[in-house]
Design a protein around this ligand. Structure first.
Ligand SMILES: [Fe+2]
Length: 387
C-alpha cells in the first residue's frame, strides 16, 4: 500500500493526484463542461482494461463516449485529421487525452484543431503564430497520463510529425493546457521496466536541462531541483519493484515538474536525441539517458558553479563531478546503455545528425552554444563511450 496522500493542486492547472483517483474521471469530465467526450489514446492502451474501465465508468455516469485510437507512437498529421473527423462525426464536446506522450499529444491536438479553419502547420511554435488560432474553437481537455516522463499533461503544446517532410513540429497554444488532469500512479504500474526507466530518465533530462539553461526563470529553476531529487530517489525503487506505488507517484510528480521546468529551456541532450529518434526510431527518454553525461561534460564550463548548489541539494559530495558520477551510476544501475551502440545507432549519419541538432528548437537553451563541431564532438563521444 502507498502512503501517498490524495491532493488537489491548482498549479499549473487543476490536478487531482493520488492512487485510485481515476474513478473521478466522470466527475472531472463533467466539471470540464463535457457530456459527450472523445477519448483519445494509442492502440496498445485501447485494448487494456484501464481504458475499458474508464469508458464503463463514463457510461455509468450517463455520459456519451467514443474511443479514438488511430494514433502512431509518434503521432502524424493524418492521425490528427482522422481524430478531428471522428470528433465532428460523433458531435463530441471535449476530449479525454489518455496515455503516454502519443495519446496525450494527439488528444490535445485533436481538441485544438477541432474548431480551427487553418492548417495545423500555421500554428507551429514560432513567434506569436499561436495568436492565429480561434480560441473559441479549442475543445476542453481532460488529461490522464499513464506514464511518468513526458509531462505533456501539464504542457501547452503537442508534437506532431509532418509526414511529407518527416520532421517533428511543435504546435503551441496556451489553451492546449488541459483543464483538469488526473494523476493516478496506479495507471503507470503495468509499464514494462525499460519504458519506466526511459520515461523516468526523460523527466530527469527535462529538469536537468531546464536547470542548466542560461535563461532567467527562478520558478522553473526551483521546480527543476525538486524534480531531479524525486527521480534520483524514486526511479531506482520503481525499477526494483514496479508495484511500488508511492515511488511511482513521486515519479508522476517529477514528470509534471519537468514539463513545467522546461518552460525555461531545454538543451543539447534533446537537440541530439530528437534527430537520433527521428532517424533510428529509438526511445526518446532512453536516447536522452545515453547522451546525458556527454552533454554535461560539453557544458561543464558553463554549469560547474550551478552544479555545486545542485550537488548540495541532492546530497552528493564533490560538486559537479559528484552529480556526473551519480548520473553515471544511476544509468548503470538501471541498465541504460553507455554508448549509442546500445541503441543500435552507428556513426554513419553523424554529419546529418549534427546538422539537425543545431537547428533543433531546443538547441538555443543549451548553456554552451551548440555549433556543428560541438554536436559532432558530443555525438562521437557518445559513440565511443568517452565521458
Ligand atoms: Fe523529453
Amino acid at each position: 500500500m502507498s502512503s501517498l496522500p490524495n491532493v488537489n493542486w491548482s498549479y499549473p492547472t487543476s490536478v487531482r493526484f493520488g492512487v485510485g483517483r481515476i474513478k473521478e474521471l466522470p466527475a472531472a469530465v463533467q466539471a470540464a463542461g463535457m457530456s459527450n467526450p472523445l477519448l483519445v489514446t494509442d492502440p496498445g492502451l485501447a485494448g487494456l482494461p484501464m481504458v475499458a474501465d474508464a469508458v464503463a465508468s463514463l457510461k455509468a455516469a450517463g455520459l456519451g463516449v467514443e474511443v479514438f485510437s488511430n494514433v502512431k507512437p509518434n503521432p502524424i498529421d493524418a492521425n490528427i485529421e482522422a481524430g478531428v473527423a471522428a470528433y465532428k462525426m460523433g458531435k463530441h464536446d471535449g476530449v479525454i487525452a489518455f496515455g503516454g506522450g502519443s495519446g496525450l499529444d494527439a488528444g490535445k491536438l485533436i481538441a485544438f484543431m477541432s474548431g480551427q479553419t487553418r492548417p495545423i502547420w500555421d500554428f507551429e511554435d514560432i513567434g506569436d503564430w499561436w495568436t492565429r488560432a480561434d480560441p473559441a474553437g479549442i475543445a476542453p481537455i481532460v488529461a490522464v497520463p499513464t506514464t511518468a516522463g513526458t509531462g505533456s499533461e501539464v504542457g501547452r503544446a503537442g508534437v506532431v510529425t509532418n509526414s511529407a517532410t518527416h520532421t517533428k513540429k511543435v504546435i503551441f497554444h496556451p489553451k492546449m493546457l488541459p483543464a483538469i488532469v488526473i494523476c493516478d500512479p496506479e495507471l503507470t504500474a503495468g509499464m514494462p521496466k525499460m519504458i519506466t526507466v526511459g520515461t523516468g530518465m526523460d523527466a530527469l533530462a527535462h529538469c536537468l536541462e531546464a536547470y542548466s539553461s542560461p535563461f532567467y526563470h527562478p520558478m522553473s529553476q526551483g521546480i527543476a531541483l525538486e524534480g531531479m531529487r524525486l527521480v534520483f530517489e524514486n526511479l531506482p525503487k520503481v525499477a526494483a519493484n514496479g508495484s511500488d506505488l508511492e515511488a511511482r507517484g513521486h515519479l508522476m510528480s517529477a514528470a509534471a515538474m519537468g514539463a513545467v521546468a522546461f518552460q525555461k529551456g531545454l538543451g543539447a541532450i534533446h537537440s541530439l536525441s530528437h534527430p537520433v529518434g527521428a532517424l533510428y526510431d529509438t526511445h526518446h527518454g532512453m536516447t536522452n539517458a545515453v547522451f546525458m553525461p556527454y552533454v554535461l561534460q560539453f557544458n561543464k564550463p558553463a554549469i560547474e558553479a550551478k552544479f555545486e548548489r545542485l550537488a548540495g541539494f541532492l546530497g552528493f559530495q564533490g560538486g559537479y563531478q559528484g552529480v556526473l558520477d551519480a548520473i553515471l551510476k544511476l544509468r548503470e544501475d538501471l541498465g541504460v546503455p553507455h554508448t549509442l551502440a546500445g541503441l543500435n545507432v552507428d556513426g554513419e549519419k553523424r554529419d546529418l545528425i549534427a546538422e539537425m541538432a543545431i537547428v533543433d528548437p531546443t538547441a538555443g537553451g543549451n548553456p554552451v552554444e551548440l555549433t556543428k563541431d560541438g554536436a559532432l564532438e558530443i555525438f562521437d563521444k557518445a559513440l565511443a563511450g568517452t565521458v
